[in-house]
Design a protein around this ligand. Structure first.
Ligand SMILES: [Fe+2]
Length: 294
């Protein structure tokens, strides 16, 4: 296993927004189920078979039904274990206190991928949010609007075993260790809901892109000051030990949501610019007000 790959990922809101009339944005939750030729699993027929098998669960899923367990292999559980061993010390060092509290409450196993069903039982009890399986990336508008209803559209497959610390797309590790945990923090769950409601009120493609950027620079890659240190609350950071190390080298700018809405980003590199709130409460209050008034 190559553990020296950069730990970067593209994500739900990485600006791959469909151009043209927003009315034509595809509302299909499972529009994208394919691997690029440079995907680590592209030449592994067994991995592609597994991806299709797990995607099928999402394709057959009806919202609100119990989520079937994904039949992960021992090799896939081992991938979780390798990632978990890298993430645990990184969290202790770089994660904000609210995240550490939430991850303790979820009490994940260190040698087994949690099933979405299990994560939901715990997250719903805390914030009312639930994860629902999707086969792959969905359109940003579809993804964001579901947040208004307390639904996080969630991939269930795990990255290829050859690159345990790298994934070019959100996988179950990013979804659960990043989003699932932060949705078990009531304030962050509320901000996710408010993003969904703001997107529902947004009709122009430009405004949707601005909101997607704010989501990226807060929920996905946000940092804040806590006890004299820079700590992560963003899911893209918290699901990658490499990103958490690199975040201290970024150009840290004081959180300015209007500026974030106009700041372009490249999801294929470590993030060179991050927006830093003065505290968790500063983030919560200012982002809440921004979204309510959107
Ligand atoms: Fe994400």
């Amino acid at each position: 296993m190559d553990e020296h790959q950069p730990s970067i990922l593209s994500d739900h809101v990485d600006a791959r927004i469909v151009t043209g009339d927003l009315d034509e944005v595809i509302a299909d939750r499972n529009a994208i189920v394919q691997l690029d030729p440079d995907h680590p699993g592209f030449r592994d027929p067994e991995y592609r078979r597994r991806r299709n098998q797990i995607a099928q669960i999402a394709m057959n899923y009806h919202p609100g039904d119990p989520i079937p367990d994904a039949p992960y292999t021992d090799l896939e559980h081992q991938v979780w274990s390798v990632i978990w061993r890298a993430l645990r010390p990184a969290h202790q060092q770089h994660a904000c206190a609210e995240y550490l509290k939430a991850i303790e409450q979820l009490n994940f196993s260190d040698d087994r991928i949690p099933q979405l069903r299990e994560v939901n039982e715990r997250v719903r009890a805390i914030s009312g949010f639930r994860l629902e399986p999707v086969a792959g990336l969905v359109q940003p508008r579809v993804f964001l609007e579901n947040l208004a209803d307390g639904v996080f559209l969630c991939t269930q497959y795990i990255r290829h075993h050859s690159t345990p610390l790298y994934t070019p797309e959100p996988d179950v590790v990013h979804e659960i260790v990043g989003h699932g945990v932060t949705l078990a923090c009531p304030q962050l769950a509320e901000l996710n809901r408010l993003f969904g409601e703001a997107v529902k009120r947004t009709t122009s493609a430009d405004k949707l892109e601005q909101l997607s950027r704010v989501y990226w620079f807060t929920i996905e890659f946000g940092v804040l000051r806590q006890n004299g240190s820079i700590k992560a609350y963003g899911t893209g950071l918290l699901s990658s030990a490499g990103e958490m190390e690199e975040m201290h080298k970024a150009d840290l700018r004081r959180l300015d949501l209007a500026a974030a809405s106009n700041e372009k980003y490249d999801p294929t590199h470590f993030q060179p610019v991050l927006f830093c709130a003065d505290s968790f409460d500063d983030l919560y209050q200012r982002l809440r007000e921004f979204l309510v008034n959107w």
